[in-house]
Ligand binder design. Structure first.
Ligand SMILES: *Cc1c(COP(=O)(O)O)cnc(C)c1O
Length: 399
């Protein structure tokens, strides 16, 4: 085929995405990420679709932390960690993350996407098995693909299927078995049953890994995440998470685990060995974010109050919601076009949301995923409910 044919093929694919109603437009924000933002020129739009759970994305202490780090260490590292890219504060941040999560050590990456891409291949070989929840994040799926271990998948949050799959891995002669799950399933707002998972893991002497991106900083005691929530911090072998959500929403990811795991990843993990060290500003901002977490009780209380307020009012208004005990509160609509239209109307009414449809969620389960955060006031939550009710009535979702 000709080179021109390649570009024609891309045009066809792009046209198809539009025809299928799956085009993802990007709204342009011209203010700081916060409870209210300026979108496409409209000021003061209520934002209920950010991962800014604790409202720290524009917190003055984080901005100051980033600025301070930049004035000492400059802007960029221009090196991977093992050549000349390791700052003293990189190690400090890694130790602070480990202390917060009560593990031996941690290792940072450019993003949690990279942490998940990095973690499997050095730790597990051909003789080993990975048993993965079917709804795990894309970066886990990609990371698992990069390892030579055998792959098993269990139906999401289905412990009896997990048991069946782990047993199959044992029967097939797996040497080591790693069970991997998201701590929170972000499309649905459900928290994984880590106590149940760890019980099965114990029975088969399996390792356990949790991706806690939608939990670190605000779920469980002191916001230490889903392992702490379920009292299995000692049993979970590996936690991966992000600096890009509750911890300030900057950039960066990490793996937190026992020392030999972290040491081996530093020697062998490809996204660590072959990619730039975190910029000093990101390190300073993340450290300031972590410091706020230790005094973050009020922010977490505010977040819980907002989530409860929204969930209860939306239920009373007659909406069907997914999830439980988490600030991710999906409003289930079913039809993809309806979800898209609903989200557009909400924006016209001053509420920024995101509609999700196939292939991000199963066919005919389109939804608007809302996410509460600590930057919202009671009045903000009530405004969101009022606008959902207005548009929901207009589009005959509720009566
Ligand atoms: C957001 C997210 C990631 C990716 O985190 P980044 O740091 O943005 O790359 C990985 N896993 C889960 C479950 C996430 O929600």
């Amino acid at each position: 085929m000709s080179r021109a044919a390649f570009y024609e093929q891309l045009d066809d694919t792009l046209a198809q995405i539009r025809t299928d109603g799956l085009w993802k437009p990007e709204r342009s924000i011209s203010s700081a990420q916060s409870g209210r933002v300026r979108v496409d020129g409209a000021a003061d739009v209520l934002n209920v679709c950010a991962n800014n759970y604790l409202g720290l994305a524009d917190a003055p202490k984080l901005v100051a932390g980033a600025q301070e780090a930049m004035s000492t260490y400059g802007y960029g590292m221009a090196s991977v960690r093992f050549i000349c890219g390791t700052l003293d504060v990189h190690r400090t941040l890694e130790q602070e993350i480990a202390a917060y999560l009560r593990t031996d050590d941690s290792i940072t990456f450019a993003a949690c996407f990279d942490a998940n891409g990095a973690v499997f291949e050095p730790l597990l070989g051909r003789q080993d098995a990975i048993v993965s929840d079917s709804l795990n994040h894309a970066s886990i799926i990609d990371g698992v693909r990069l390892s030579k271990a055998r792959r098993y998948r269990f139906a999401t949050r289905d412990l009896s299927d997990l048991d069946v799959q782990v047993e199959a891995a044992r029967r097939d002669g797996a040497n080591h078995i790693l069970i991997v799950t998201d701590g929170v399933f972000s499309m649905d707002g459900f928290i994984a049953d880590l106590a149940g998972i760890c019980e099965i893991a114990d029975r088969y002497e399996a390792l356990v890994m949790v991706d806690d991106c939608h939990a670190t900083g605000f779920i469980g005691p002191d916001g230490r995440g889903t392992p702490a929530l379920h009292g299995v911090e000692d049993r979970v072998d590996i936690v991966t998470s992000t600096l890009g959500k509750a911890l300030g929403g900057g950039m960066g990811g990490f793996v937190a685990a026992r020392q030999p795991i972290i040491d081996l990843l530093r020697q062998r993990a490809r996204p660590y060995l072959f990619s730039n060290a975190l910029a000093p500003g990101l390190v300073g901002g993340a450290r300031a974010g972590l410091r706020l977490l230790s005094e973050g009780g009020q922010l977490r209380d505010r977040l819980t109050a907002n989530s409860d307020r929204f969930r209860s009012a939306m239920t009373s208004a007659g909406f069907t919601l997914s999830g439980q005990d988490h600030p991710i509160i999906p409003v289930m609509l079913g039809d993809a076009q309806l979800a898209g239209r609903f989200s557009e109307r909400l924006l016209e009414e001053g509420v920024l949301t995101a509609a999700f449809s196939h292939p991000v969620v199963p066919v005919n389960t389109a939804r608007i995923r809302t996410q509460m955060n600590a930057a919202h006031s009671d009045a903000d939550i009530d405004f969101a409910v009022d606008m959902f009710t207005k548009v929901g009535t207009e589009l005959e979702v509720i009566s």
